[in-house]
Design a protein around this ligand. Structure first.
Ligand SMILES: Nc1ncnc2c1ncn2[C@@H]1O[C@H](COP(=O)(O)OP(=O)(O)O)[C@@H](O)[C@H]1O
Ligand SMILES: Nc1ccn([C@H]2C[C@H](O)[C@@H](COP(=O)(O)OP(=O)(O)O)O2)c(=O)n1
Length: 233
């Protein structure tokens, strides 16, 4: 680790936003591991709230009730980048929150402004503890607009659809890409009504991963960390 990084690296906040399938989770985890920072997946928090509200039989269209209940959710995020965890009370929800019924419903939660207020406050409290890589849709603009490193990770629509199809179906054919379309594009369209992640806000660096490997994308973000802060692994 370089001498400049010895103190400041431990408190560094790296903010990463981008649309679905741009590679945020994979890249943020790797960057956190390399820089020995914590890792926070804010999308998992919106997913956990969705799981919890459905579990309680709450109509997601009842926005006031949904926001009221969210204020009381016993949500615990484990921020070890090697093994991130998500618990609601004692229930490990890491698996259930990835189910397609949650993916299909999560935008109704993410577009509830009362819920966003609650989760943004919790995310800011976690980020204030010590250094962390935070990824989501409104990290560079709302959660951590003063972070020294702010990155918008993008990839072409075609690339994002093919990556998600691969993850969900184990292959990327015309029909699996089609099946993934709603999960990715409709959700991004809905989500982008409440958060700005399709273009970069002022001072935010863009990394387009369409033609990069995962390693190259991680390298590009680490280079930006060095450029913006002087911190190297
Ligand atoms: N250059 C790349 N950068 C990031 N992820 C990539 C890249 N190439 C392929 N992938 C793969 O694409 C998928 C991206 O998914 P994920 O990280 O969950 O994205 P997001 O969090 O933005 O939805 C992962 O399976 C990852 O391994
Ligand atoms: N900071 C954030 C993070 C996620 N969201 C929304 C956007 C998505 O629809 C859901 C789930 O996010 P997640 O990052 O898990 O989405 P992907 O499946 O990786 O595309 O939450 C948000 O509105 N703000």
């Amino acid at each position: 680790m370089s001498s400049q990084s010895a103190h400041s690296a431990a408190d560094l906040v790296v903010a990463i936003d981008g649309p679905s399938g741009s590679g945020k989770s994979s890249v943020a985890r790797r960057v956190a591991q390399v820089l020995q920072l914590r890792y926070l997946d804010t999308g998992a928090m919106y997913r956990a709230v969705t799981w919890w509200l459905l579990e309680q039989g709450v109509e997601l269209t009842d926005t006031e009730r949904a926001a009221e209940l969210t204020a009381r959710i016993p949500l615990r995020m484990g921020t070890d980048p090697q093994r991130p965890t998500v618990h609601v009370g004692d229930v490990d929800v890491a698996g259930p929150i990835r189910e397609s019924r949650i993916s299909a419903a999560v935008s109704a939660v993410a577009t509830n402004l009362g819920i966003r207020r609650e989760l943004v406050a919790r995310q800011q409290a976690i980020a204030a503890e010590r250094g962390v890589v935070v990824e989501g849709r409104d990290i560079t603009t709302v959660v951590a607009p003063d972070a020294p490193v702010r990155v918008l990770l993008t990839a072409s629509e075609e690339t994002r659809l093919s990556r998600r199809a691969n993850e969900l179906h184990g292959e990327s054919t015309e029909s699996t890409v089609e099946a993934t379309r709603d999960e990715v594009l409709r959700r991004d369209a809905d989500d982008s009504t409440v958060a700005r992640f399709l273009d970069a806000a002022e001072g935010v660096d863009v990394v387009d991963s369409s033609h990069m490997t995962l390693d190259e994308t991680v390298r590009a973000v680490l280079d930006l960390v060095e450029k913006r802060t002087g911190i190297t692994p």
